[in-house]
Design a protein around this ligand. Structure first.
Ligand code: ADP
Ligand code: MG
Length: 254
């Protein structure tokens, strides 16, 4: 048991003979915003997928909400979760990807209502009321009946965030949520994420937006070759990174 919402110790993951995560240690407290940076191929997405149990880990300990990912502990014993139990756990984690992946044949409102209706069997009225509230929260109250193709990338990503929030997650994972956006659309998505953080949501954010990491992050972790090379408070770390590899990476992105 741990006070952290997410707790990783020595997490390892390999694909075939290639070790992609080589012992990840990270603790994310409730209400924290942990920003994860690092070069392409360093294992950031894989780590997020492990947290969400879209991948299984090979070694180490990974807990979300005090429970080991993929297992349940009862009476000092570990039981592997069924697919159904895994799906239920996953509902408590919202995930937002680089590509928005909205359902093209559904309006913004219907996209947000879909999971609560299908998974939770919520009534239309209840799901709709929340979806409208969430659209308002991401600044898109007037786009309820627009279809994804009628929305800009930034607007689509804000709908995707609202859709993830519709399942009332306790944790939000963001995997480069602004990387696919035109530069002028990045700010509107970051603003929504900033608001979410201010409202106390626990978030793990893989990003190249160093200003966001500095201003919003409670911790910053630099990942390279499957390990966290350096982590700490964003401001001092960005101002004076300790490790050579962190310095080299930052000098390329800043
Ligand atoms: P990042 O998100 O930091 O760019 P990833 O976690 O996507 O890194 O990938 C880390 C490494 O794992 C890469 O070398 C990638 O090719 C490899 N990898 C990721 N997913 C798979 C997979 N399903 N099968 C085999 N190799 C994979
Ligand atoms: Mg990635």
């Amino acid at each position: 048991m741990t006070a952290s919402l997410v707790s990783a110790h020595g997490v390892r993951k390999r694909y075939g003979s290639v070790e992609v995560l080589c012992g990840i240690d990270l603790d994310v407290g409730r209400g924290d915003v942990a920003c994860l940076i690092g070069p392409s191929g360093s294992g950031k997405s894989t780590f997020l997928r492990c947290i969400n149990h879209l991948e299984t880990i090979d070694a180490g300990r990974l807990h979300v909400g005090g429970q080991p990912v993929g297992y349940e502990q009862r009476g000092g014993k570990s039981y592997e979760l069924s697919d159904k139990q895994t799906a239920r756990r996953r509902q408590r984690i919202g995930m937002v990807f680089q590509r928005f992946n909205l359902f093209p044949h559904l309006s913004a409102l219907e996209n947000i209502m879909e999971a609560p209706r299908r998974v939770r069997k919520e009534s239309k009225a209840v799901a709709r009321e929340r979806a409208e509230r969430l659209l308002d929260r991401v600044g898109l109250a007037d786009k309820a009946h627009s279809y994804p193709t009628q929305l800009s990338g930034g607007q689509q990503q804000r709908v995707a965030i609202a859709r993830a929030l519709a399942m009332e997650p306790e944790l939000m994972l963001f995997d480069e949520p602004t990387s696919a956006l035109d530069p002028e659309l990045v700010g509107e998505v970051l603003d929504v994420m900033l608001q979410l953080a201010a409202d106390g949501m626990t978030m793990i954010v893989v990003t190249h937006e160093m200003t966001f990491a500095r201003e919003v992050g409670s911790t910053l972790a630099f990942m390279d070759n499957g390990i966290i090379v350096e982590s700490g408070e964003p401001r001092p770390m960005l101002a004076a990174p300790e490790h050579r590899r962190t310095r080299a990476f930052l000098s390329n992105v800043l």
